[in-house]
Each structure stands twice: as C-alpha cells, then as structure tokens.
Write a protein that binds this ligand. Structure first.
Ligand code: CAA
Length: 380
C-alpha cells in the first residue's frame, strides 16, 4: 500500500499551497469583516484550472484524479475554509451530477462552463422541513408540455446568489416518497426563481448561504437530470463524494489549527520556558497531531477508493465523521493553547474554531454519517 502522493499530486499540493498563501491570505480580513464573496479569488482559481480538477478535458476540465481535487480542498482550507467549501460544493455536487447523470447535450451545454469556472455551481436539496430527512422534501415539479413548473423553497444553499446553475431536487410524484423525487438543472435567470434571505453565520463568512424560492418557476423539460424519480439516487450518490470534500475541508482547518498551536507553543514563554515544554501542553499537542494524522488517512483512503472506481459511501461517511470532529476538537484545543490571545481576532484560531463547527452539520450531520455507517454494518 503506497501512502505517498505521486509527483503530479505533490505538484498540485505545492501549487495550491503557494496560491492560497499568496492570493487568499490578504483577502481573509475582507471576507471576515464584510462577508465579501471571494469572486476575484475564484476567477484566479479558474485560470489555474482549479474549478474543474477531476473533470475530463473533453468537458473543459483538468482531468486529474479525485485525490488531486481533495488535495486542493485540503490546502485551500488550511488558509480559508470559505474558499474550500466554495470549490467543494461547486465540483462535488454542483458539477459532478451533470457529468455522471446528464445527457450528452446537458454535459456539452453546462459542464465546460462549470469546469472552466465561467459558471459557479450549487446544489439545492435541503428545505425548511427537510434537512436530515432529505426524502421528506416538499418542493414540487409538475410537467406542463415542454416545461416543469416548480413550487417550493430551499434553505442553507452554499454559493446561493453567486451560482449560475443549481442542481435542484423536487417531487414529480409525492405519492412515491424518495422514488418520486427528480433532479433539475436550474439556471439563475429562470422565470419564477429567485434567491431569498442570505444567512448571517457563525463562520465561513465569505461563503454565501441563502434561501432559494420557486414560485411557479418554469424549468425547461430538457433540464430534467436523469429520469423522473431518479433524483434521490442522484443526490445521495453525489453526496458520497461530496462528503470526502468536506472531510478534506475539515482536515485543512484541523491542520492549520495544529500548526498555529505548535508555533505558538514554541514561542510563548511562561514559568521561564516555552509553554510547549510543559508536559500538559506537550501532551495536548501530541493528541491533536495524532487525530489530524488519523483524519488524513481516512480522508485520503476514501479518495483513493473513489479513484479506483470502488463504491465508498461508507468510507466517505467515516472520513467526514472523524475529520469534522477532529477539526472541532483540534480548533478548541488550539484556542486553549493560545489562552486569552486565542479568544481574540488577533490570531486565526478563533476563526478556525468558528469555521470548524459547520463541518459536523452540512452535507449530512454527524448523526446521519453514523446512520449511513451503521446501516451498512448491519446490512444482510
Ligand atoms: N447512493 C445511491 N443510492 C442511494 C444512496 C447512495 N449513497 N443512499 C440511498 N440510496 C437509495 C437507496 O438505495 C434507496 O433506493 P432503493 O429503495 O431502490 O434501494 C433510496 O435511495 C432510499 O434510501 P434510504 O431508505 O436509505 O433513504 P432514507 O430516506 O432513509 O435516507 C439518509 C437516508 C442517509 C438519512 C439521507 O436522507 C441523507 O443522507 N440525509 C442527509 C441529507 C444531507 O446530507 N443533506 C446535505 C445537503 S447538501 C449540503 O449540505 C451542501 C452544502 O451546502 C455544503
């Protein structure tokens, strides 16, 4: 078993790390203070081919492996978890559903725009009354000739208001439950569709999270993705891969918090020596580092399974469950290492702490990950 990155993957890691440090770091304060969406950064990422890393060249992508894409989210999130989630949602659940389930015509029309970053993608599954119970969604889609009429609303949509296309899930046959759900590609200018309230969040300040409202929205029938009734499967199978992206985002936050804590523990002196030399602090750092390493192994193992064409929903859930908990725990401990300074905005650890929490919530809460893992363990 080879646990080393290939030369190509290592080049990706170095390139993204340098990009993040040089281009994203100067913009962090603007995102934090004014909740400004990092459009210029996304444009630069597009120029570097980062908006379509695992997408085939024939559809405008960089045609690299899934692991390289995970490396990019990991490295971006070490500097900015906001930029990490924008890329993850855009690719895993904003672009891949079209690549995997679209007709050739849909792929030709949308994937090159998304993979080159001309379009930004988003994913509309969650509703006010349907979060963990995604199959309980109430948005309806009724076919009328060559259009579907959509009515309902979505909440907590990452990239909402900034995206050009949304993969939206609606019921075409409410009597069939999850088997009556269908998926649609909805363009931002669709009549009857508008972006609602923008959430003010604990963390991820540069990332837009909004409501989507469909009031007699008319979506061309040609934008049905897959078959009628196939929507739930499309959502779930793409979330399998999406969750590896959120594990990588969590890993980036955890690693950044660990590195900051180690640097501070070497520099800060109390009782006549560096605080890292006090066993209480040294042991804390050791536990943090061990958890980060374990999260890294789970995350890259799930990515490697995906690269080898092996179904990995179970491993993706384990990676997300463990890496997101690690991000929260390591960020909390990093604040503790910094003491009073850690509680101020002078140091980044309070941001890591605020950004980490949502990783245990979106793309399936930790409770849902446990449900997915236990269902598979107990299956006949
Ligand atoms: N791949 C393919 N098909 C799948 C699947 C998967 N991973 N998981 C389930 N299915 C299929 C099942 O096989 C089943 O079909 P059959 O009956 O034909 O076998 C069908 O879907 C229904 O499956 P379940 O009975 O298991 O479905 P359920 O209603 O019990 O729900 C759940 C399962 C795991 C709880 C699911 O609802 C879930 O994942 N909930 C969490 C929702 C979520 O993650 N939301 C994230 C929103 S997006 C987001 O957060 C993005 C962002 O902004 C960052």
């Amino acid at each position: 078993m080879n646990l080393q990155f290939t030369d190509e993957q290592e080049m990706m890691r170095k390139m993204v790390r340098a990009f993040a440090e040089e281009q994203i770091t100067p913009f962090i304060e603007e995102m934090e203070e004014n909740e400004t969406f990092p459009r210029e950064i996304i444009n630069k990422m597009s120029e570097l081919g980062l908006m379509g890393i695992p997408i085939p060249e024939q559809y405008g992508g960089s045609e690299m492996d899934f692991t390289s894409y995970i490396i990019a989210i990991h490295e971006l999130s070490k500097v900015s978890a906001t930029v990490g989630v924008i890329l993850s949602v855009h690719t895993s659940v904003g672009t891949n559903p079209i690549l995997y389930f679209g007709t050739e015509e849909q792929k030709q029309k949308y994937v090159p725009q998304l993979a080159t970053g001309k379009y930004l993608g988003a994913f509309g599954l969650t509703e006010p009354g349907a979060g963990s119970d995604a199959a309980g969604l109430r948005t309806t889609a009724v076919k009328e000739g060559d259009v579907y009429r959509l009515n309902g609303s979505k909440v907590f949509i990452t990239n909402g208001g900034e995206a050009d296309t949304y993969i939206v899930f609606a019921s075409t046959d409410p009597s069939k439950g999850s088997k009556g759900i269908s998926a649609f590609i909805v363009e931002k200018d669709t009549p009857g569709f508008h972006v609602g309230k923008k959430e003010k969040k604990m963390g991820l300040h540069g990332s837009n999270t909004t409501e989507l409202v469909f009031f007699d929205a008319l979506v061309p029938a040609s934008n049905l993705l897959g078959q009628e009734g196939e929507g739930f499967k499309i959502a779930m199978s793409n979330l399998d891969y999406g969750r590896i992206g959120i594990a990588a985002q969590s890993l980036g936050i955890a690693e950044a918090a660990l590195e900051a804590a180690v640097a501070y523990a070497k520099e800060r002196k109390q009782f006549g020596r560096a605080i890292g030399q006090q066993q209480g602090l040294g042991f804390k750092l050791a536990d943090m580092a061990t958890k980060v390493e374990a999260a890294k192994l789970l995350t890259y193992r799930a990515a490697s399974l995906k690269d080898n064409g092996i179904r990995c929903g179970h491993e993706a859930s384990m990676a997300k469950l463990f890496a997101s908990r690690t991000a929260v725990e390591v960020a909390i401990e990093a604040v503790q290492v910094f003491g009073g300074y850690g509680y101020t905005k002078e140091y980044p650890v309070e941001r890591f702490f605020r950004d980490a929490k949502v990783c245990e919530i979106y793309e399936g809460t930790s409770e849902i990950q446990r449900l997915v893992i236990s269902k598979q363990l107990l299956a006949d």
